[in-house]
Design a binder for this molecule. Structure first.
Ligand SMILES: *[C@@H]1O[C@H](CO)[C@@H](O)[C@H](O)[C@H]1NC(C)=O
Ligand SMILES: *[C@@H]1O[C@H](CO)[C@@H](O)[C@H](O)[C@H]1NC(C)=O
Ligand SMILES: *[C@@H]1O[C@H](CO)[C@@H](O)[C@H](O)[C@H]1NC(C)=O
Ligand SMILES: *[C@@H]1O[C@H](CO)[C@@H](O)[C@H](O)[C@H]1NC(C)=O
Ligand SMILES: *[C@@H]1O[C@H](CO)[C@@H](O)[C@H](O)[C@H]1NC(C)=O
Ligand SMILES: [Ca+2]
Ligand SMILES: [Ca+2]
Ligand SMILES: [Ca+2]
Length: 574
């Protein structure tokens, strides 16, 4: 007797019947009964952990989908940091020290103790050399310990999981656990032992309430500048920053730490490639890693070490994303210790991947030199394998120059329904010592007030046609007094472009109520180099892609604008 199970809609929503073939035939609507043969179908891009020959004894390793995503926890196979490739090339973070600036680290944790760098650690919350988390009965101070495990948890020790850079050293800088933050505590933390600590990871910043506009104060700014100029023997401290947890109500360009040129700001994606609901978007985000959110599956979180020798599957937030990036950068630094803070940003731009990240709102676009970016995810998800391979061959980028491209100083009225459009024509300081021909960061320093700051919306378009959203609507920000005072809005989206030509700024209001305001200043600051060997390489790569790909694919991949800009770039180069 063959038994069939089938679902039947009846008075009760779903009932399962078991019935024989002949029984089934008795239903008057059943004309024929077939048994279907089963065969196998495999998800595209499926990779088996054994196929990529990573063998770890750590019990949580197979739950760490952000390291190797085989589709665990209903995730998208292949959507991961591609650490396996970097590990197979022999890079595990040896000789690199990463500091976690947070609420302390459980340095007695058996999965962290062997990689803990006590000499480089400090407790600025209570001024002693022991950054052990303060006990509370609610796991409140577990943040730093969880972040530390993502970077440096030991491998193959049968405990918890494996860090991205599992042979790196991790230092604890406890600095978040006191009633108030001070400029001195921040400055001391980010300038702690800059010749020993290579990478600083920060998952904190101004309140993510969607109405704060704040950034580093005087001492901290100076400490950051000193860090990138003098840290690591002059190659520059690497500051990794979480872009923020304020969700669509906030804009990380209102966070002066995340939007600083000196930090690498990291957003997160969840294990199916969507953005997490708490993710903030802005044009200064450089790249993305992974965190959890949206998914009910308890294993969709970030598996890592937890307080008092525990492990967790539930670390979350962009907080979880920044340490993953710090780990990837540690692998790159092991591959090439000569990398400067700017090299690390160039490598991130060039090797991060769209992979299977999706964003229906902002779309993926190509900038004027063909680099693919997205307003939420920056240049995409970090790719450790790609990064170490490129790092190995990397020649330090040429000297950086700074050019004030132009400035609008007269007041201009802005009104709902009547946006302000301004233009700056620039030669990018051509003919002077500080000519900038290939862009790195661009800043628009803006002074503007408004009857409702949160309804302000600012876009800037480069001469090569790349539009950056410098400020999106923040519905909770009802400031009507302060506005933005010489605030440096930053974009990374024009990376590699030729800045000569006309830049356009559009300032308008979004929202239900009519608003008015006055823009008092827009100063355009260009930062970059006079030569860029690799940009020429990118152009060559695109040329060969052009030659190789079929016409239809070509049309999909390169829209007309990119073709036009590539051609103009080529003609300028020749
Ligand atoms: C993985 O490691 C275990 C324990 O050390 C060992 O028994 C097993 O053979 C290894 N598998 C592979 C594929 O190397
Ligand atoms: C954490 O570890 C302690 C000591 O090993 C254990 O008693 C406790 O149950 C663990 N807590 C959790 C939440 O796993
Ligand atoms: C780093 O720089 C030193 C000195 O300039 C050079 O000898 C070495 O080859 C460089 N290493 C790499 C990996 O580029
Ligand atoms: C903005 O500044 C202008 C000129 O200083 C002033 O007249 C106006 O009242 C201000 N508006 C708001 C909303 O603060
Ligand atoms: C800025 O760009 C966004 C996205 O394209 C658009 O929705 C918005 O209206 C633009 N704002 C202004 C002031 O041009
Ligand atoms: Ca202490
Ligand atoms: Ca382990
Ligand atoms: Ca924020």
């Amino acid at each position: 007797v063959i038994r069939f199970s089938f679902l039947c809609a009846s008075s009760q929503p779903f009932q399962v019947f078991q019935i024989t073939e002949t029984g089934l035939m008795k239903f008057h609507k059943v004309k024929n009964v077939f048994e279907q043969e089963g065969f196998s179908r495999q998800k595209r891009g499926y990779r088996n952990i054994n196929d990529i020959e990573v063998n770890m004894s750590d019990p949580l390793f197979t739950k760490q989908w952000y390291l190797i995503n085989t589709g665990q926890a209903d995730g998208t196979p292949g959507l991961d940091l591609n650490v396996a490739e970097a590990w197979q090339l022999g890079y595990t973070g040896k000789g690199v020290t990463i500091a976690i600036m947070d609420d302390g680290i459980d340095y007695l944790h058996p999965d962290l103790a062997s990689n803990y760098n006590a000499d480089a650690s400090y407790d600025f919350s209570s001024n002693d050399p022991f950054p052990f988390p303060r006990y509370t009965d609610d796991w409140f101070n577990s943040h730093g310990t969880r972040c530390a495990g993502e970077v440096s948890a030991a491998a193959n020790n049968n405990i918890c999981g494996v860090g991205v850079a599992y042979n790196s050293k991790v230092a604890g800088i406890r600095m978040l656990d006191q009633p108030f933050m001070t400029d001195i505590i921040e400055a001391s933390s980010i300038s702690h032992m800059p010749q020993v600590i290579d990478i600083y990871s920060a998952s904190w910043g101004p309140t993510d309430d969607g109405k704060t506009v704040d950034g580093p104060r005087e001492l901290t700014l100076q400490a950051m500048a000193d860090g990138v100029n003098k840290g690591r023997g002059g190659k520059g401290s690497i500051y990794v920053w979480a872009s923020g947890d304020g969700g669509s109500y906030d804009d990380c360009n209102c966070d002066g730490y995340a939007s600083s040129m000196w930090t690498i700001s990291i957003n997160s994606a969840i294990n199916d490639g969507r953005t997490a609901l708490y993710d903030e978007s802005c044009s200064s985000t450089l790249a993305s890693t992974f965190s959890n959110g949206r998914k009910r599956n308890p294993e969709a979180g970030v598996a890592t070490t937890d307080l008092y020798g525990n492990c967790t599957l539930r670390h979350s937030g962009t907080s979880a994303a920044a340490p993953e990036a710090a780990g990837v950068f540690a692998l790159a630094l092991e591959a090439n210790p000569n990398l400067t803070w700017r090299d690390m940003q160039h490598l991130s731009v060039l090797t991060s991947k769209r992979n299977q990240l999706h964003d229906e709102v902002h779309q993926w676009r190509r900038n004027g030199v063909g680099l693919e970016f997205n307003h939420l995810f920056g240049y995409g998800v970090l790719d450790a394998g790609g990064m170490v391979k490129m790092a190995k061959e990397w020649k330090t980028v040429p000297e950086r120059f700074h050019c004030v491209a132009g400035s609008v100083q007269e007041p201009h009225k802005i009104q709902s329904g009547n946006k302000l459009v301004l233009a700056i024509d620039t030669e990018a300081c051509q003919g002077k010592d500080n000519f900038v021909r290939y862009l790195e960061h661009v800043q628009a320093v803006v002074t503007v007030n408004a009857s409702r700051r949160g309804d302000l919306n600012i876009n800037m378009t480069s001469p090569m046609g790349t539009k950056s959203i410098l400020l999106s609507r923040r519905p909770r920000d009802d400031d009507s007094k302060v506005g933005f005072d010489k605030w440096p809005f930053m974009t990374t989206h024009t990376w590699g472009e030729d800045p000569r030509g006309t830049w356009v700024l559009e300032v308008g209001f979004q929202g239900e109520e009519p608003q008015r305001g006055v823009l008092k200043e827009w100063t355009l600051m260009l930062h970059g180099t006079q030569s860029a060997p690799y940009i020429d390489q990118i152009v060559r790569d695109y040329q060969s892609k052009l030659a190789m790909s079929k016409k239809e694919e070509l049309e999909e991949e390169l829209d007309e604008a990119v073709e036009r800009s590539l051609k103009s770039l080529l003609s300028k180069n020749n």
